[in-house]
Write a protein that binds this ligand. Structure first.
Ligand SMILES: [Zn+2]
Ligand SMILES: [Zn+2]
Ligand SMILES: [Zn+2]
Length: 133
């Protein structure tokens, strides 16, 4: 396999198997097992290429470093308008995707305002932290 292809596949595999969004250093730590030649600047470059190609999702939460996640099944099926919400664990600092949406929130806006999109992040403790594991 071509070198860049192998690097990108290692990054996608790391994200797919994680279950939560990963920062570039976390992705590097996991992907290096498959591709030892990876380094952080390679990871940043390949993440950008994968993001530009819409193969991964970038998670930008206010006040947080950028994280990345794999495309979920709904997003892979190219359902239009599929978007994610997130759960941020205040103990372990992990960000988990939530594949559900409360729906349109236009009625929350003042009269005459047009809502174009929304972000929603739940904060608390993940199951592992809540049970002390
Ligand atoms: Zn946690
Ligand atoms: Zn989803
Ligand atoms: Zn939503």
């Amino acid at each position: 396999m071509e070198r860049h292809t192998r690097q990108r596949q290692a990054l996608i595999d790391a994200l797919t198997h994680s279950g939560h969004a990963l920062s570039p250093p976390e992705i590097l730590a996991r992907a290096q097992a498959a591709v030892p030649s990876l380094n952080l600047s390679t990871v940043y470059r390949q993440l950008k290429a994968l993001h530009d190609a819409r193969k991964i999702v970038r998670v930008d939460l206010p006040g947080q470093p950028a994280r990345f996640e794999a495309l979920c099944h709904e997003a892979q099926a190219a359902k239009r308008g599929h978007h994610h919400h997130y759960f941020h664990c205040s103990d372990c600092d992990r960000v988990y995707p939530i594949h559900a949406c409360p729906g349109r929130m236009a009625h929350l806006a003042p009269p005459g305002f047009e809502v174009q999109r929304h972000d929603l992040t739940l904060h608390g403790r993940c199951a592992g932290c809540a049970t002390g594991h």
